[in-house]
Structure formats: C-alpha cells, structure tokens
Design a protein around this ligand. Structure first.
Ligand code: SAM
Length: 360
C-alpha cells in the first residue's frame, strides 16, 4: 500500500525503509523519501534484470552474463554455438544456469539462423522518423497471424510425426512448409531477435514475475519507426520457424508486443563503466528500478555493477523529497533546457516536469 493505504503497490515495485512509491498528479508513480537520507547512502539495489540485449557488434567484447568489458579486447571465453562471449568460465556457467537447457537450445538455433546472413539492424535509431500509430501496429501484427499459424502447424507436425510415427494428428502440407521457408528468407534483425528471445525466455523461466513487467508504465506506440515495427514482426516469424518446439506456445505476438510496450518507457542503457559511459553496449529492463522518475538535477546517482543497478544519494535528501535519477547520458546532461526537453520527448515520450526545467 502507498502512504495513504489506498492504492496497492504495483507488483515488483521497490520497497525500503527509506522510501515509498506513490502516485503523482503529473508523472505517474514516483519514489519519495520517508526519512532524511544522508549523502552517499545506498538507497536501493535493482537486481531483477528481465530481458537484456547485448548488441551484436559488442558480442565478442561484452560478457553475456555480467556485461564486463575491457576496452574493446575480445573476451577469453567464447561460445560460438550460442553466439556469446564471457569474461570467465564462471560467468559462462551462470549464464547457462540462468537461461536453462531450453534457453541454450534456443540461442543455438538463433545463432545458426543469424550466422552467415546479412543483417538488417539499423546502426542508430533516428528519432526524427515517424513512429507507427497504434492502429498501424495492430494491423501489422494481425497481418502476420495467417503465416504464423501455418508455421506452427508445419513445426508442430514435426512433433506429431515424432510421437506416433504416422503423422495422423497433423499433416503439414507444402503450404505449411512454404510458410516456414518464406519466413527464413526474410531479412534478419539480430538485435531485435535478441530482444524477443531474451524476453520470451525470461517469461518462460519466470512465469510468476510476468506481472512485474505488466505493472510498468507502458506505451501503445513503442516502435521507433516503420522499419523497427517490420523487424519485430519478422523476428516473431523467425522465432516460430527455428525455436525449439516446447517454446512455440510461448512465442506469441501479444507477448512480444507487451515486452516492447513496457521496455519502451523503462529500459536502462547498458554502457561502459568508464569514459562517462560513452560506449553503448545494449539495454535491459529492471522492473524494480523503473519507478524512479527522471530529473535534470537528480538527487540519486545510479551505477551499474555487473547485472545490478546501485542507487545512491548524491546529496543530503530531506523526508518527503522525490528521489530522482537522470535518464540522460553523459553528453546529454550538458545540453540546455530546450535540447534536454527535446531529447527526453524523443527518446522517452514525456515533457519533462522536473524542478530544474520548471524553474526556468
Ligand atoms: C521509468 S518510468 C518511471 C516511473 C513512472 N512514473 C511509472 O509510473 O511507472 C518513466 C516514465 O515516467 C514518467 N516520467 C519520468 N520522469 C518524468 C519527468 N521528469 N517529467 C514527467 N514525466 C516523467 C514518464 O511518463 C516516463 O515515460
């Protein structure tokens, strides 16, 4: 419950003796100090990483488990079958344990698909391009339903033949197999595929925590542009075409859309720890850390240590003050008010109402 005991806390929201999550009139839920907090106090650890994406171009340099990075040196432990590198055997074992046997098989199948194909991921997201509207998004996903159904039958027919040897239950025809071939011939977007696989596997392995993701602030227009939307729809069909059969019932367009709709307003960049985070390796979603609003003059400093976010008071904080981090990267923090506002609107979709911006 929040302080007035009226609204239940969203599942997965952070709890502490130092702060509470409350609703605000203009910026959704937010975190407020329930006592004075001395500068440098660690106020929260966000350990609940759900899905994460290490961009393809960094896969040899950034550990797939702890995101360790050594100024661009290729890491010592590589697993080419799954397409990840690790800083140690320990990290590799942890990664395997976390994703589970089905996860390893899924990453292997994806890597086989991606290897040797030309890739279609855009290098940078151009925030100037128009975003697909909600209706257009709905139409695009609905447009994939027919092919998705044919692929499922083609793939599940494999099970029917495996189990009873007769193919009586389901008989995939040429039409079904063609749907698989058509999907496989479509351009591949490895980073979008990684997002979808990481999210679906996380949900498969943590069904009891799905409501933590659903409770997050959402966007019904989460795609950056039309290419981005098309890449997600293609990745859905790619997954249906290659993922291990037990995962198929979990790969749905609804789940993939929900992952994007929550990630859109809540993901944290995974950046290098030196040089003001100038290298952007990828991103991830930590639901408990997603209740801290943004301020252009934040009182909370955040630092990533491995797979965790550590939140520390950057100065003395008084009881009742809102605890805010910044969503801006190192360079963006130096921009003037107008440019900061534009960046926040473009990347996050909100008009910044923080004290620093309101004061001007
Ligand atoms: C990571 S979430 C933060 C928690 C969110 N308020 C909630 O209710 O779940 C980011 C969203 O919070 C809101 N928000 C965060 N900082 C804000 C700010 N300075 N001004 C206005 N809205 C803000 C925006 O809607 C933004 O998309």
């Amino acid at each position: 419950m929040d302080s007035e005991g009226e609204t239940p806390l969203p599942p997965g929201a952070p709890t502490s003796s130092l702060f509470e999550v409350r609703h605000t009139p203009h910026s959704g839920r937010a975190v407020f100090a329930t006592k004075d907090i001395a500068a440098d106090t660690t106020v929260f650890l966000g350990e609940d990483l759900t899905l994460d994406v290490v961009l393809r171009e960094y896969r040899r340099e950034v550990c797939g488990e702890c995101f360790g990075y050594d100024r661009g040196r290729e890491l010592g432990v590589r697993d080419n079958t799954v397409g990840f590198a690790y800083c140690s055997e320990e990290c590799r074992n942890r990664w395997r344990e976390r994703v589970g046997e089905l996860g390893v098989e899924t990453w292997k199948a994806t890597e086989k698909l991606v290897k040797g194909r030309s890739k279609e991921d855009a290098d940078m997201v151009d925030v100037g391009l128009p975003r697909p509207k909600a209706k257009e998004i709905q139409i695009a996903w609905e447009g994939s339903a027919g092919q998705a159904a044919l692929i499922r039958i083609a793939r599940e027919g494999e099970v029917a033949r495996d189990t009873n040897g007769t193919g009586e239950a389901v008989k995939p025809t040429k039409q079904h197999r063609k749907a698989v071939q058509k999907a496989l011939l479509q351009p591949i977007s490895p980073d979008v595929l990684t997002f979808c696989i990481s999210g679906i596997l996380w949900k498969y392995n943590n069904p009891d925590k799905w409501d933590h993701v659903l409770a997050l602030a959402d966007s019904n227009t989460p795609y950056h542009n039309y290419d981005d939307l098309r890449a997600f729809v293609r990745s859905y069909l790619h997954m249906l075409a290659v993922c291990p059969l037990p995962l198929l019932p979990h790969i749905t367009s609804e789940t993939i859309f929900l992952l994007s709709s929550r990630d859109s307003h809540n993901s944290f960049g995974i950046r290098s720890l030196e040089d003001d985070g100038s290298e952007f390796f990828g991103y991830g979603c930590w639901p408990s850390a997603s209740y801290f609003n943004h301020s252009c003059g934040p009182n909370i400093e955040k630092e990533r240590i491995g797979r965790e976010w550590h939140f520390r008071a950057g100065r003395q904080i008084r009881v009742g003050e809102e605890l805010c981090i910044t969503y801006l990267s190192g360079e963006e923090r130096k921009l003037n008010r107008g440019k900061r506002m534009k960046t926040l609107k473009g990347n996050w979709g909100f008009e910044c109402g923080c004290e620093r911006c309101e004061e001007v």
